[in-house]
Write a protein that binds this ligand. Structure first.
Ligand SMILES: Cc1cc2nc3c(=O)[nH]c(=O)nc-3n(C[C@H](O)[C@H](O)[C@H](O)COP(=O)(O)OP(=O)(O)OC[C@H]3O[C@@H](n4cnc5c(N)ncnc54)[C@H](O)[C@@H]3O)c2cc1C
Length: 374
């Protein structure tokens, strides 16, 4: 039976970032992915925004890792020639209540360490984005967009280069994990055939299925608070010329499920709007939302948009730790040694801003691995 140092479960942006941070010539590492290509899960179904770290509760992993990762990502984009645009973002407010929310967002962002936020008035908004209607807006110059696949390809390239071999095992689903004397027996179905290997360290970055992977090793996910709730977000694309260049967001949703229907410019110059947020039980990426509520949200800040110019586009599903009506939860990034699972690292609930955070998450997990191996 093959015996390796590290198995990373899941070739999404998080698993790939972790592998690229850990990789070295004298380490046997495998990235095991159930699909036939990398990045087929949430990592290819999102807004591709490089977030600044404004919204998240102070001292949470979401806040700390996002603020840390934002400049790291721009540097990675330059070094790895990954397509990106530092477009900047405005969070717009209309009416007294929303303007108060903007002031609160600036306080929140600054408490998290975001240093470049500015509250601008409607004249300044008009200069930057003439078609946007807002009494005030929070300007975030360090928000941008990135080619998520370009980033994943970069992490995989870096891993292969550092290892001098190919760690990627596709079409292989982890079906069972058993703790043994020196680590873990990882059971898989590889192209339909059973295949097992032993690993000293297992890193669970299984995205929407990371709770199920945690269950495989014997964790009671309800007691641990690890059960995931899938929360879908649909997008509608706009035909015609985009009415704004920057990212334009309304104030975030009060139910903490999402950031509100915002503009989602892509690197080709096309514009989408989304995502909304609603819980689902099935993994079905068909856009099912009605255009009407989308359009009524959008015209509060872009009044010239016509409903007939909006068309169902794509959707993504968030791996949320909070269920309907519950308050927002932070990422779980845990070395499970306290549960007697030395060398088993769980990453659960890595929803937004997980794409942005990926290089900082990778550094954090590498720190856990290195202190375990010491
Ligand atoms: C609608 C939406 C919008 C978002 N927008 C943004 C944004 O603008 N900016 C941002 O920073 N973040 C955003 N996010 C969050 C971001 O997309 C995720 O945090 C990130 O992609 C998570 O990456 P991951 O590698 O953890 O998960 P995934 O990409 O889902 O990867 C997990 C992988 O594990 C594999 N896997 C699962 N189980 C097994 C198994 N048993 N055996 C083998 N392989 C397995 C899956 O096939 C998958 O490939 C958004 C998310 C959504 C849903």
């Amino acid at each position: 039976m093959d015996r390796v140092d590290v198995v990373v479960i899941g070739a999404g942006v998080v698993g790939l970032a972790i592998a690229s941070e850990l990789a070295r010539k004298d380490m046997d590492l495998f990235i095991i992915e159930k699909e036939t290509a990398i990045g087929q899960g949430t990592s290819s179904r999102n807004s591709e925004v490089i977030h600044a770290g404004i919204y998240y509760v102070k001292d949470t992993l979401k806040a700390k890792l996002c603020v840390k990762a934002n400049p790291m990502l721009y540097k990675i984009c330059e070094e790895g020639k990954i397509p990106y645009k530092k477009l900047g973002k405005m969070i717009v407010g209309n009416g007294e209540d929303e303007v108060k929310q903007l002031e609160e967002l600036i306080r929140k962002g600054e408490a998290n360490g975001v240093t470049d936020l500015k509250l601008i008035d409607s004249d300044e908004v008009k200069i930057l984005e003439p078609k946007v209607r807002a009494d005030k807006a929070v300007l975030s110059p360090s928000t941008g967009i990135i080619d998520a696949h370009g980033l994943m390809d970069y992490f995989l390239r870096k891993t292969r280069m550092k290892m001098g071999s190919d760690p990627l095992v596709l079409d292989t689903e982890v079906t069972g994990i058993k703790k043994n004397k020196d680590g873990y027996l990882v059971e898989t179905l590889s192209s339909g055939e059973p295949f097992s290997l032993e690993a000293r360290i297992v890193i669970n970055s299984g995205g929407l299925f990371s709770d199920k992977v945690a269950e495989m090793v014997g964790i009671n996910i309800d007691e641990a608070g690890y059960r995931l709730h899938w929360c879908k977000g649909d997008y509608f694309s706009l035909t015609g010329k985009p009415p704004a260049t920057m990212l334009v967001y309304p104030p975030p949703l009060k139910d903490t499920l999402g950031l509100g229907i915002h503009t989602v410019p892509d690197l080709t110059g096309r514009l989408k709007f989304g995502p909304n947020a609603f819980y689902v039980n099935e993994l079905d990426y068909k856009v099912t939302s009605d255009v009407e509520p989308f359009w009524s949200d959008i015209i509060t800040y872009l009044p010239e948009i016509k409903k007939t110019d909006l068309h169902p586009d794509m959707s993504g599903i968030r791996p949320k730790l909070q269920g309907p009506g519950q308050s927002a939860r932070d990422f779980v990034i845990e070395h499970e040694d306290k549960r007697g699972l030395d060398g088993f690292i769980n990453l659960i609930g890595i929803e937004s801003p997980g794409l942005t955070c990926s290089p900082a998450i990778a550094e954090m997990v590498a720190g856990m691995v290195n202190s375990y191996l010491k």
